[in-house]
Design a protein around this ligand. Structure first.
Ligand code: A2P
Length: 352
């Protein structure tokens, strides 16, 4: 008898996000009939644990999607462009973590807490937004709805995980080398990472001076917030943190707004946890965002650079691999394939 539960595939299962996709499916009890793990031929034959079973990784190929109902892609935009349409042709719905389809009007760009209604209209591919865009949109959207958003200014502090498992390893190895006083030549990222920070490694547009990450964040935030003209400024920086991004942001509203009013909206916002202890100087940190499904928000205060009283400054931290990537993708899949979404997320991280 055919099962009514979906057959699921993860493309890029061995990567930094792929491993978390597997874990989110397991920890959230995603109902599925079968799970297929796909990666490059280098990983074929390797096994990964899922619900107490050892699943064997297969090499991605043209026949990989026969019988697959849901394909979670996280293997880079080139492979998404090549294999995403093949998966759709084979009958699967694709949730794609790359930038390949994010600005395609036919592909919804979804943060489930913000714009789940856009899922109603897709032709087989749903785009998972850029990690900074997701982590920013979760607190910004409810504030924009409550007070009307006129302008958004952000500076990011981005973890190595956004550049993949190899970049995380380079951060570890270069830090060890630095501490041992040994030379280290970076191969994955363009600059020394240990005890350093640098402008995001995406290609810089020579005309505007903005890099590709910054341009993605601007375009995607506008699309997720359904505010195509919203003025957004952003500076994206890589910092030597393994897997959680932080963002300093200033929001200019249509009206005068107090920090208490902002805190009240944030306290009731889905996917947000307020950490705003002024007396204890305890605010969102990457180390506390790691492993959390929620986006941590704090340092809620008036922006003294805007005497009108309409601007509020915040500091935000979110796990890049979870809410910034795998968790958001699985939450999208839950909306598509299960009746009882949404549900909270609790993850035990095995490392720090
Ligand atoms: P593999 O581990 O076999 O190289 P990350 O973003 O952490 O760098 O992960 C990228 C993911 O994309 C990995 O799972 C990687 O598999 C996968 N990948 C890279 N190249 C290919 C390819 N040609 N075909 C299928 N999967 C690929």
């Amino acid at each position: 008898m055919p099962s009514s539960l979906p057959n699921v595939a993860i493309v890029g299962a061995t990567g930094a996000v792929g491993v978390e996709l597997l874990r989110c499916l397991e920890e959230r009890g995603f109902p599925l009939a079968s799970l297929k793990l796909l990666a490059s031929p280098r990983s074929a034959g390797k096994t990964m644990a899922f619900r107490g079973q050892a699943l064997t990784v297969e090499a991605l190929g043209d026949d990989s999607f026969v019988g697959v109902d849901l394909a979670l892609f996280s293997a880079g935009s080139g492979l998404s462009k090549l294999y995403g349409p093949k998966a759709v042709a084979a009958g699967a719905v694709v949730v794609d973590n790359s930038s390949a389809f994010r600005m395609d009007p036919a592909c919804p760009l979804v943060v489930p807490e913000v714009n789940p209604e856009t899922l109603a209209d897709h032709y087989g591919i749903v785009a998972n937004p850029n990690c900074v865009a997701i982590i920013a949109a979760v607190p910004v959207a409810p504030l924009a709805k409550a007070f009307g958003l006129k302008r958004l200014q952000m500076s990011t502090y981005q973890a190595a995980s956004g550049a993949g498992a190899a970049a995380m390893e380079e951060l570890r190895a270069s830090t060890e080398a630095w501490l041992a006083g040994k030379p280290f030549t970076p191969e994955v990222l363009p600059h020394p990472y240990a005890f350093n920070l640098f402008s995001h490694n995406a290609e810089v547009d020579l005309e505007s001076g903005y890099n590709g990450e910054e341009l993605k964040v601007i375009e995607e935030c506008r699309r997720i917030l359904a505010a195509p003209e919203l003025p957004i400024g952003v500076t994206c920086i890589r910092v030597p943190v393994l897997r959680a991004h932080a963002i300093a942001m200033t929001l200019e509203f249509d009206q005068v707004v107090s920090p208490d009013e902002v805190r009240e909206v944030l306290a009731g916002a889905p996917g947000v946890r307020v950490i705003d202890d002024r007396a204890g100087n305890h605010f969102p940190m990457p180390s506390e965002a790691e492993g959390q499904g929620d986006v941590l928000v704090g340092r809620v205060r008036r922006d003294l650079g805007d005497p009108s009283g309409r601007s509020i400054a915040l500091f935000v931290a979110g796990d890049q691999l979870l809410k910034g990537a795998a968790l958001n993708a699985v939450q999208i899949a839950e909306r598509l394939f299960t009746a009882d979404a949404p549900r909270p997320h609790a993850v035990e991280l095995a490392h720090a």
